[in-house]
Write a protein that binds this ligand. Sequence first.
Ligand code: ZN
Length: 80
Amino acid sequence: MPAHRRRFIAGAVCPRCSEMDTIVVDADTDERECVACGFSEARPTDAPRQEPRTRVNRPARRSDAPEEAVRLLDPAKKPD
Ligand SMILES: [Zn+2]
């Protein structure tokens, strides 16, 4: 394999022909291809996963209560 470095995925089953150990991954393009039937699939893991990032930045629930109280006071506190 001069141009493309391909690597077999052990235990991988082709979605088209259902053959096992026939799926190779191109090291350059991350494209999957079945050597048995010619099935090819572009980067299955490329799509960004939906990770709940807000979870990290979210403060503890305890601090949620006071924050809400302040918010409720806000509209009435208008300096008219
Ligand atoms: Zn196949």
